[in-house]
Design a protein around this ligand. Structure first.
Ligand SMILES: NC(=O)c1ccc[n+]([C@@H]2O[C@H](COP(=O)([O-])OP(=O)(O)OC[C@H]3O[C@@H](n4cnc5c(N)ncnc54)[C@H](OP(=O)(O)O)[C@@H]3O)[C@@H](O)[C@H]2O)c1
Length: 327
């Protein structure tokens, strides 16, 4: 697997692994299978694992911790703090204060069983807390050796600039895919200008762009996606068109829709490292193979022209969730 560098010096596999679904949100979990997926990812050259304290909470970090303890892989771990949730509840609050960062970091280090987090993200910025205060707290964690690099999720270009002026930001993690391209307006160009890496989350549109989910009944009971406006029954009827176009173009390229979606993201900049999420070996292998698919400039343009003209119905989060994005 080729490597890419986020910021000035975080060199990792060109495609990482999103681990969230191994704990919750996308149907039932199976720890034994998830541990096999993690081990296979390392065999395939993937060395960038994405988790957060609120996944599970805190099952996902504990699962990664078990994997790290048993396999001792040479892997970089990215985790996040700032969304405060109690186990079993979706109700949440945002705390991006320096004091909470310190406390959350200690807890994540303990669950992961490591001495340093490679990339520590603010999961959501609380607008009532100045980003400068958060960054000063994170800079202290860097100085103390608890974290190696700082990342921010779902921030606006303005917040990113203010944060980067306090301490270098290594990566921004925000949703980005063929059906969610808002970051191209300001955030991505700002990352490119300032030498900051970009990590697209939900690069397969939470699975929708693969064509696997055609209607709400395709989700198992309790699947988080059923609550999202973009996945309502009516929205899915309209939105299916984009998955069909990707599928048609993938057939021409002799790859799968998931691979085409990932190859497109990789073609959008050398500072981009997508983190497709899966808990299945088959999808992991398919997604990893996308790192060796190159799109020509013509293919990139055709794909963009064919998808950008299609309407995408529904916001990506509920009104409450949308309050935390572009903060
Ligand atoms: N910063 C944030 O706010 C934020 C928000 C969301 C996610 N994330 C991070 O980003 C990671 C990726 O996001 P995501 O999990 O939503 O990404 P995604 O890759 O867009 O979607 C994952 C879904 O697609 C399915 N899938 C994966 N590969 C497939 C393939 N080749 N063919 C068919 N289906 C496939 C998965 O199925 P299975 O589950 O059945 O394997 C899962 O249902 C997460 O794991 C998490 O670490 C961050």
């Amino acid at each position: 697997m080729q490597k890419r560098t986020l910021g000035s010096d975080l060199t990792i596999s060109a495609i990482g692994l999103g681990c969230m679904g191994m704990s919750e949100f996308y149907g039932p979990r199976d720890d034994s299978e998830s541990l096999r997926v993690l081990a296979r990812a390392v065999e395939l050259g993937i060395d960038f694992f994405d988790t957060a304290d609120m996944y599970g909470p805190h099952h996902n970090e504990e699962l990664i911790g078990r994997f790290l303890a048993s396999h001792k892989p040479k892997a970089r771990i990215a985790t996040k703090f700032g969304i405060v949730r109690n186990p079993g509840e979706y109700q949440r609050s945002l705390d991006s204060s320096a004091r909470y960062a310190q406390q959350a970091c200690e807890a994540s280090l303990r669950r992961l069983g490591i001495e340093q987090i490679d990339l520590y993200y603010v999961h959501r910025v609380n607008p009532d807390i100045p980003i400068e205060e958060t960054m000063e707290g994170l800079a202290q964690l860097v100085q103390d050796g608890k974290i190696a690099h700082i990342g921010l999720c779902e921030v606006s270009a303005d917040t990113l600039r203010r944060a980067h002026a306090v301490h270098p930001v290594t990566a921004v993690q925000t949703e980005y895919s063929l059906w969610t391209r808002d970051v191209e307006q300001a955030v991505l160009p700002t990352c490119q200008e300032l030498g900051i890496g970009f990590v697209p989350y939900s690069p397969l549109g939470r699975g929708f762009l693969t064509g696997r989910f055609q209607a709400t009944e395709d989700f198992e009971e309790g699947d988080f996606r059923s609550n999202l406006p973009r996945f309502s029954e009516q929205a899915m009827v309209t939105n299916r068109r984009i998955a069909e176009v990707i599928s048609d173009m993938a057939a021409l390229k002799e790859c799968t829709p998931a691979q085409l979606s990932l190859a497109w993201l990789l073609s959008k900049g050398g500072n981009i490292v997508p983190i497709p999420g899966t808990k299945r070996l088959r999808y992991l292998e398919e997604n990893a193979a996308a790192a060796s698919i190159t799109l020509t400039a013509d293919e990139q343009q055709q794909l963009e022209a064919a998808t950008a003209c299609l309407p995408v119905l529904g916001e990506r989060y509920t009104p409450e969730g949308m309050k935390g994005v572009n903060a």
